[in-house]
Design a protein around this ligand. Structure first.
Ligand code: 5RP
Length: 221
């Protein structure tokens, strides 16, 4: 196993501490979460079920015998576990590297407590080095791209990718995101934008960070 995989595995294992008996667990998407699903498997008869943030996660949960619940049938999600592409010291995130940002944001918003699991390479001072994913209705692609250029962003169409919701992704390069909440609101206002991969208005409640030697909680600034 590579060093990077070991860090993902370590932080995924640490997140299991936050799952309690009878919980409905929101489950994110990505390679770090894949390890979390492995650790969730032995608890499958102790939890009430899981709400998946993507079709891929749903399939992995089912393959591990974990009961998958529809968000529409669930009134309370006590805990959501998900990875991120970048994290700052306010626990604000860039997500969507795997293209699952819309369902991830819905479940994060519907959950009482969001534990984000990352390795140390994801922690940054200023968000934006990782291209910011935006999910967009296909017919609005060029319009939204032009609007983003007006805001000094460099949108790149993630070609050959369709989201679980049938939409496209624009990845915005060269953004130094000094005011994440303001930018999230502004981008959300562009007609055709479905979801912005900035999780600033609803940040994580806790971020666990793994290094070669330990898993620690990220200190809030
Ligand atoms: C998917 C995501 C993932 O959480 C993010 O891309 C991190 O993935 P990984 O754990 O594979 O590094 O937002 O849409």
């Amino acid at each position: 196993m590579s060093n990077s995989d070991k860090k993902k595995q370590d932080v995924a294992r640490a997140a299991i501490e936050y799952v309690e008996y009878d919980d409905i667990v929101g489950v994110g998407t990505g390679s770090t979460v894949d390890y979390f699903i492995e650790y969730l498997k032995p608890l499958k008869n102790k939890i009430s079920g899981a709400v998946a943030s993507s079709i891929s996660t749903q399939k992995k949960l089912e393959a591990n015998g974990i009961r998958v619940l529809d968000l529409n049938d669930v009134s309370d999600i006590p805990i959501y576990i998900d990875g991120a592409d970048e994290v700052n010291a306010n626990l604000q995130l860039i997500k969507g590297g795997g293209g699952a940002l819309t369902r991830e944001k819905i479940i994060a918003s519907a959950s009482k407590f969001f534990v984000c699991i990352v390795d140390e390479s994801k922690v940054v001072d200023v968000l934006g080095k990782f291209p910011l994913p935006i999910e967009v209705l296909p017919m609005a692609r060029s319009f939204v791209a032009r609007e983003i250029i007006k805001k000094s962003g460099m949108p790149v169409w993630r070609e050959d990718f369709t989201s679980d919701n049938g939409n496209i992704i624009l990845d915005i390069n060269h953004m130094s995101i000094t005011e994440p909440i303001k930018l999230e609101k502004e981008l959300n206002q562009i007609p055709g934008v479905v979801t912005v991969g900035l999780f600033a208005e609803r940040p994580a409640d806790k971020v666990l960070v793994s290094s070669d030697t330990e898993v620690v909680e990220l200190k809030i600034k």
